[in-house]
Write a protein that binds this ligand. Structure first.
Ligand SMILES: Nc1ncnc2c1ncn2[C@@H]1O[C@H](COP(=O)(O)OP(=O)(O)O)[C@@H](O)[C@H]1O
Ligand SMILES: [Mg+2]
Length: 225
């Protein structure tokens, strides 16, 4: 699905990481850990084509991200659902409308599509909040709404950036269960987190690989987790 080959990234000449090679095969579940500032968010941005590698190659669904034209980028982005660290909702739109936004943007506004939104809100446990506005949601509810929005276009890949960052343990586990369910449906998952307890809980249920970004390098984390 997504492949990085000897990738380096620099912000204005300052190298953040280098020699990063990584494959996210279909149906795989990866965690990305590492200290704050190590470059986890940046690496995720390379994985959905928001940033281009300074050197090395990023392949999205088999094609070099650098060679993508606008249509190809749009197409690749549609196959990748992203749960951003800060959720970014439109506060004047209801939860339903926020989750439906990607459908609207794609011109899909039929009743059938709205039924799909309400099914999805049911799945993440937000049926009651469907008509509320984002500022009225708790942290856990926001994250689940963000996950619903990320999967509304039925992406093949889901990238989640510290989705449990501000959540208590019960809410974190609830979100993890949703991610595991998506993985069991065949979705490819990459979760950036420094919550090792969450990673251990996931390992008990699915086969995952844990990657660690530190000192500019990406390593496979060992059995110490
Ligand atoms: N747009 C940017 N311009 C310059 N530096 C940035 C930018 N975005 C992030 N950085 C820097 O790159 C480093 C890695 O950031 P980030 O990828 O967000 O790390 P992480 O998600 O692991 O905390 C940080 O030192 C951050 O300040
Ligand atoms: Mg980050």
């Amino acid at each position: 699905m997504i492949e990085l080959d000897d990738v380096a990234y620099s912000y204005s000449g300052v190298q953040l990481f280098f020699g990063v090679s990584l494959g996210l095969p279909a149906g795989s579940f990866h965690f990305l850990t590492g200290p704050s500032g190590a470059g986890k968010t940046t690496l995720l941005k390379l994985c959905y084509g928001e940033l281009l590698a300074t050197s090395g190659q990023v392949r999205l669904f088999g094609a070099d991200a650098r060679q993508h034209d606008r249509d190809q980028i749009a197409l690749a982005r549609r196959r990748i659902g992203v749960v951003h660290q800060d959720c970014q909702f439109l506060d004047h739109l209801s939860v339903t409308d926020n989750v439906a936004l990607p459908l609207m943007a794609a011109g899909r506004t039929a009743q059938q599509e709205y039924d799909q939104v309400s099914d999805l809100l049911g799945w993440v446990g937000l049926s009651k909040q469907a008509g509320q506005f984002p500022p009225e949601l708790s942290g856990g509810e926001r994250q689940r709404a963000a996950l619903a929005r990320a999967v509304i276009m039925s992406p093949d890949v889901i990238l989640a950036d510290e989705p449990t960052g501000n959540l208590d343990w019960e809410m974190s586990q609830r979100l993890l269960r949703l991610l595991i369910e998506l993985n069991k449906m065949g979705k490819t998952i990459l979760v950036a987190t420094h919550d090792l307890t969450l990673i251990r809980a996931a390992k008990a249920e699915v086969s995952t690989r844990v990657l660690r970004l530190r000192d500019g390098r990406l390593q496979l984390a060992g059995a110490d987790l």
